[in-house]
Design a protein. Structure first.
Length: 345
């Protein structure tokens, strides 16, 4: 688990500071981030709403040579087409009615640092042309001016739409698309990286629980199971809100399933069968699963199965190595070896 929670970013919310990648699929992205962050390459972060795209952008910024500079986040879908050009590129006095003062845009504000353009897929075509020119020329011209201003800005863009399809449909310029996606960082939805769910939940529980001191808050076993099984259509944002709600309404410091307010209780994964149904032994339960897996021709199946079992048990045991070893029926040294091999400690 990695927790990006710097005091320098105290102004952003808990979700934007909780860099928690415990799932092996999430952790597989870390080496690519760490290799490309020190470069000047433009980065495109793709993923559903609420998957932590801004968080990844902040992490990239923190690992770059621009870490001491500004990190400016702009939601391209939050402004009307008539306003976004001035917001991004700035305006000169008299550029339009009511423009009484010259005002720098977000590109200038991010000079020497990183500009994060969220929801880049919502940007109108007319503005995409101007953005492409800024990226190519490394200079910006304010609205109402003819004088270019040199820029030293790294751009990280993010989107929750399929830009490749948008290009095919004529909604996004192909030259801008290829300019932005020098490096692509794909973020899986939370339902596809379930080993991240409980560590994230515990992070949010600590953050919001600290505001309700001196009460100690805990997740009940049924609540943990509900969190793990829920589909999370709103991803990390929905999880954060569920934990925040639970800290406000739970009784006696123990969070139960109703406290989470999970709509529909739609569980994305099938319920786990008991280990010993009607006297069946573990081997009898595992055998049909192995048959299914063998038909799928999975690479490195044994290592991945061991990794999944150890990771899942470690998360369910609240990252306690002794409890994990007891649950798996092995020594703590064996557990530590696996945890080290999988990068969990």
């Amino acid at each position: 688990m990695l927790a990006f929670d710097s005091d320098k970013h105290h102004s952003v919310g808990p979700r934007a500071r909780a860099f928690v990648f415990s799932d092996p699929q999430s952790r597989a992205l870390i080496p690519l981030i760490e290799k490309t962050a020190p470069s000047e390459a433009n980065i495109l972060v793709i993923g559903e709403t609420g998957t932590g795209k801004e968080l990844v952008a902040r992490y990239v910024h923190s690992l770059s040579d621009r870490a001491q500079g500004a990190f400016i986040a702009v939601n391209c879908g939050a402004f009307s087409e008539s306003l976004i050009e001035g917001e991004l590129f700035g305006t000169e006095k008299g550029a339009y009615t009511g423009a009484h003062l010259a005002r720098p845009g977000w590109f200038e504000a991010a000079n020497g640092g990183t500009l994060f353009l969220d929801e880049i897929g919502e940007m109108p075509l007319s503005l995409q042309v101007k953005l492409l020119r800024v990226l190519q020329e490394r200079e910006v011209v304010r609205l109402g001016s003819r004088t270019p201003i040199p820029l030293d800005v790294r751009v990280i863009a993010a989107t929750n739409v399929d830009l490749h399809r948008s290009v095919a449909n004529g909604l996004f310029r192909p030259d801008l698309y290829y300019r932005l996606q020098v490096v692509t960082l794909p973020l899986l939805p939370l339902r596809e990286r379930r080993a991240d769910i409980l560590p994230l939940a515990r992070h949010f529980l600590q953050v919001y629980g600290d505001k309700i001191q001196p009460r100690r808050l805990e997740l009940g076993p049924a609540a943990e199971e509900a969190l793990y099984r829920h589909d999370w259509p709103g991803n990390i944002r929905e999880l954060e809100n569920a934990i925040f709600r639970a800290t406000l309404v739970c009784q006696d410091g123990m969070i139960q399933v109703p406290d989470l307010g999970l709509s529909g209780m739609a569980y994305g994964a099938p319920a786990l069968a008991p280990l010993d149904p009607e006297g069946a032994v573990l081997e009898d339960i595992v055998r049909p699963l192995v048959d299914t897996l063998l038909r799928g021709e999975h690479d490195a199946m044994l290592d991945r199965l061991v990794g999944a079992v150890v990771t899942e048990t470690f998360n369910r045991c609240a990252s306690n190595q002794i409890k994990t070893a007891a649950a798996l029926g092995v020594t703590r040294n064996v557990v530590r070896t696996h945890l080290k091999n999988f990068g969990l400690i």
